[in-house]
Design a protein around this ligand. Structure first.
Ligand code: SF4
Ligand code: SF4
Length: 468
């Protein structure tokens, strides 16, 4: 039955900071209610429209014409006002808590001395993560990384942890985003094609400053490639962690022992910088067994003050990578750049073997560094002054350590299981250090083949024979 009441149609409402002054609404309005303003909006530099709604019929044509999600909209009711106000949507949340969130610090708990274990590289990284306080694992199985997830699936339920086999790598990294945002220590294992699927989520984690640890056990590519070892994700890890201004520390272990130690280090760095950290292994390293000495402590994690944790004290916290105002996003990127600068100043790591008097430096990481170390020993027995420069951080590249020994070096021999991706990182770092005239040679394989010790020895001896 008719009530006699008429429903008024909503009239428009403009949020000046989102109007791009495109004029589409002006053209769309049949009543001439909209004109271009003359006042410059300080946050955008545009001149937003002005509304004179006396003749407005509420036809809604201007809403449809406006391409901006927050530019022009129907006059909101009270609930919608909140939904439309970006300050309320994306700004700090109101809280009734009387106390500012306070960080609960981590604790180190001493471990009894245990005999060394013989572990696969993947298993060693899992144990390192658990000793670092990681109790949340999200992942999707992929060879040659799966043993890491498998061990976490066995161990975490025994220690009140959470193991979730996600439906995909995309789901995995977004679960990590949520878990890391709550201030919890979480990790995943993956391998090259799986890592590629995670990069969008990593960009979100970097933008929102969310910690988490990803172990990428690199395999042959491109595409599905094969399940043999390669180092062909180095460019992706160092230069391509998703869209936007993205970098993250990339650690390159060479032994199962280092898989454990670097898993612990990765969590330290992830929470120190509030940032994801990647451990770059290779297929051999994930599968090889080695003697692993356990550390003298384990970590009982605290809770950072920024965590989006479900209690009153933390309810004002917000994690987001969206900054709709351009100046705010630029300021956020400047903040990220400062963080990257700090990482470059404080986190470069390298292992130098017989570099002090070396005339040729072999540059290698991961499993190829083991062949390279053997090659250095063999070359030294032949009277050739070779040394091994092993980057432990691929990003930031440890250029300071290289600069400290490069004066007496005739050349650098880059040994890698990729088509020059480590060499590219080396060349970029040298060029930033204004060392562009260094002689660089290489031994490369890819497709799942790694350079052998003898190939390295033969390459360097042939270079010296040509020079003689
Ligand atoms: S609702 Fe219709 S009449 Fe009113 S300003 Fe928009 S286009 Fe013009
Ligand atoms: S259509 Fe939207 S963005 Fe364009 S002038 Fe009108 S309100 Fe501004």
């Amino acid at each position: 039955m008719p009530t006699g009441k008429t429903r008024s149609r909503p009239k428009p409402y403009v949020m000046p900071q989102f109007c791009k002054a495109c004029g589409r609404c002006i053209d769309a309005c049949p009543k001439g209610c909209i004109t271009l303003g003359t006042e410059i909006e300080p946050s955008t530099g545009f001149t937003p429209i002005v509304l004179d709604l006396e003749a407005c019929s509420g036809c809604g044509l201007c809403f449809s014409a406006c391409p901006e999600p927050f530019g022009l909209a129907p006059v909101p009711n009270e609930f919608e006002t909140e939904m439309f106000d970006p300050a309320k949507l994306f700004g700090p949340k109101e809280t009734t808590a009387h106390q500012e969130p306070v960080a609960i610090p981590d604790e180190r708990v001493a471990l009894p001395h245990l005999e060394p274990l013989v572990l696969k590289g993947n298993h060693a990284a899992s144990i390192g993560a658990i000793l670092a306080g990681c109790r949340h694992f999200f992942g999707y199985p992929i060879t040659p990384s799966t043993e890491g997830a498998e061990l976490m699936a066995k161990l975490l339920p025994e220690i009140d942890g959470v193991f979730v086999q996600a439906v995909s790598e995309v789901a995995t990294i977004n679960m990590m985003y949520g878990c890391g945002g709550a201030g919890m220590r979480c990790m995943t294992f993956t391998s090259s094609p799986g890592f590629s699927l995670m990069v969008e989520g990593l960009s979100y984690m970097i933008g929102a400053e969310v910690p988490g640890v990803v172990v990428d056990v690199m395999r042959g590519g491109p595409g599905l490639g094969n399940i043999a070892p390669e180092q062909a994700d180095i460019k992706l890890l160092c230069r391509g962690l998703g869209h936007g201004n993205t970098h993250a520390p990339v650690l390159a272990p060479s032994t199962p022992q280092e898989m454990l130690e670097m898993a612990m280090l990765a969590f330290d760095l992830a929470f120190k910088y509030r940032h994801p950290v990647v451990i770059a292994g290779d297929g051999y390293l994930g599968q090889m067994t080695g003697r692993v000495t356990l550390p003298e402590y384990m970590v009982k994690p605290g809770l950072p003050e920024w965590a989006v944790w479900g209690d009153e004290m933390h309810r004002g916290n917000l994690i987001s990578s969206i900054f709709l105002s351009e100046p705010d996003l630029e300021a956020h990127n400047i903040h990220l750049n400062e963080k990257y600068d700090r990482m470059q100043a404080e986190e470069q790591r390298a292992d130098l073997f017989q570099c002090d008097d070396a005339e040729w430096l072999i540059v290698a990481c991961n499993t190829p560094a083991r062949m390279a170390k053997g090659a250095v020993q063999q070359l030294r027995e032949q009277g050739i002054k070779a040394g091994l420069f092993r980057p432990i951080t691929l990003w930031p590249f440890p250029i300071d350590a290289l600069v400290s020994v490069i004066d007496h070096v005739e050349g650098l021999l880059v040994v890698e299981g990729s088509n020059g991706q480590l060499e590219d990182e080396l060349r970029l770092a040298l060029s930033h250090a204004n060392l562009t005239d260094a002689r660089i040679e290489n031994v490369r394989h890819f497709g799942g083949i790694l350079p052998s010790l003898q190939e390295i020895v033969d390459k360097l001896t042939s270079l010296l024979e040509v020079a003689a």
